[in-house]
Write a protein that binds this ligand. Sequence first.
Ligand code: UDP
Ligand code: MG
Length: 332
Amino acid sequence: MSLSSHTDVENSPKVDLVIPVYNEEEAIAAFHRRLRAVIDPLPYSFTILYVNDGSKDATAERLTEIAADDRRVTVIELSRNFGHQAALTAGLDHSRGDFVISLDGDGEHPPEMIPQMMQLALNGYEVVLTQRVEGQQAGWFKRWTSDAFYRWLNRLSNTRILPGSGDFRLLSRKAADALCQMREYQRFLRGMVAWMGFQTVILPYSPAQRIAGHSKYSLRKMLKLAADALFSFSLAPLFIGISLGGVFLLLALIEVIYVLSFWVTNRQDTLAPGWSSLMFVLLVVGGVLMITLGIIGVYVGFIFQEVKRRPIYFVRRILSSSEESASPHEQA
Ligand code: UDP
Ligand code: MG
């Protein structure tokens, strides 16, 4: 306590790093070394919150080792795999620092950006977003789907979501508390942060290669995230259904006028029995109804999930190497 350097650390801004990890046994130790190299010289007091999102490999053991020789590390172990967005939420909920930075535990979000992010935060920005540029490292498929996704999402939704923004961002305490108040089950944090507002600045970066292991975002998980984003950020899909329905109703009306014109000009006997055209219209209308009902169904499903008010994750245990010093993270 009497050490002046210690007092400096006490008075310096408290920064929490939230790092969700799922089956990262190969990458996590190297990641932590790289992280230390960046944060050790910085004049802030760091807490590193690793959220183990129900890893099935040796990630838990690796994290225990890391926590054993770095007192700043706290490991939050979830009861099962809840997904990236839920794991991030768990970390955010347990953070108490003046600033919270979230980044992936695989090295794709360069920790070397932290000093720059902190500089902007200390200059008064409440949200520091990072934007991936010239991502040659990511496969063409991931880049192409990501570009298309943001283009369409921004076309359909009222909330502007920065293309190429991942979940590598800094939030001030105020912004983090605001985000923690949003308890929806279908979570797309990028969109939620954009929706909140606050003084925001964008920091571009070129992504690094994953240290080891492979992406845990399967095509299925990517589609799920895209659906969460689309349906929870826009009602446009509902209107697509409705306008499609409208177009086909209009077609039906034109059809009626066309048929009537035969009657008016007394040519009704030249009209074919019309079975095929009738059938066609019937099928089309049926199809439109199905699409519309399907879209409504998705929203009803989402509403169902929200009204259950289920917690977003469950914590199995919290491992903190500085327990004896009454870690603030132990507070409920
Ligand atoms: N992750 C997680 N839970 C999951 C999937 C991923 O906590 O269900 C973590 C993963 O360990 C990594 C980060 O989230 O630290 C991003 O995942 P990944 O690298 O697989 O996604 P990508 O970078 O390919 O989009
Ligand atoms: Mg990754």
